[in-house]
Design a protein around this ligand. Structure first.
Ligand code: CO
Length: 201
């Protein structure tokens, strides 16, 4: 039973370092989570939610999938969204994409990727919706622009879920933000204004 021992060693060192700074940290966190943010991001290993915004455990409720998609019928994502809003009372929802996204790249090429092509289909749809903005761009510009447009579309999808629509109807102050992360320099940027009400989407 010695598989991946180095990861358990790292875990012990990590937990010790936190307890040395703040002995009550884990006991406090064990009682409840009160995250202020829901992060919907890409599964890419270079885009870890908490580290990018430099927040400790307990501060960010996270959902990640390939290419940070919010698909209207994805019960996994919708359940996360409902739990975040109705139980955790999160008010800030962030959809974060990143430049050079492998999912977006795969959606742009003409190769056969097997099962995942069914997921990538949603990104291809975003490309089709914005074909006029993409057609004159070089391949690299097209990739990065589609990464941005995909975030904007997923923000729109979050806003149009029954969950967020109902929350706004009840008067909850939910804000939905579209961000993009640059894996080449570690910097986040906003994509457009945040959406705070049903009439903005
Ligand atoms: Co990605």
């Amino acid at each position: 039973m010695s598989e991946l021992n180095h990861l358990f060693d790292r875990n012990l060192a990590w937990a010790d370092a936190i307890k040395n700074k703040d002995p009550e940290f884990f006991r406090r966190l064990a009682k409840q989570q009160l995250p202020e943010y829901l992060w919907i991001g890409c599964s890419d290993s270079r885009v870890p939610a908490n580290q990018i915004i430099d927040l400790p455990p307990g501060e960010v409720f996270v959902h990640r999938n390939i290419a940070n998609m919010v698909v209207h019928t994805d019960l996994n994502c919708l359940s996360v969204l409902q739990f975040a809003i109705e139980i955790l009372e999160v008010k800030q929802i962030i959809v974060c994409g990143h430049y050079g996204c492998g999912g977006v790249k795969a959606a742009l090429d003409q190769h056969d990727h097997g099962l995942i092509d069914n997921w990538l289909r949603h990104i291809k749809d975003v490309g089709r919706l914005h074909a006029d903005k993409l057609q004159t761009l070089s391949h690299n510009e097209k990739l990065n622009r589609l990464c941005e447009l995909n975030v904007i579309e997923q923000v729109n999808n979050v806003c149009n879920t029954t969950i967020v629509q109902q929350a706004w109807k009840k008067g909850l102050a939910i804000s939905v933000h579209g961000w993009i992360y640059n894996i080449e320099n570690g910097i986040l940027n906003r994509l457009g204004d945040s959406i705070n009400s049903a009439d903005q989407c």
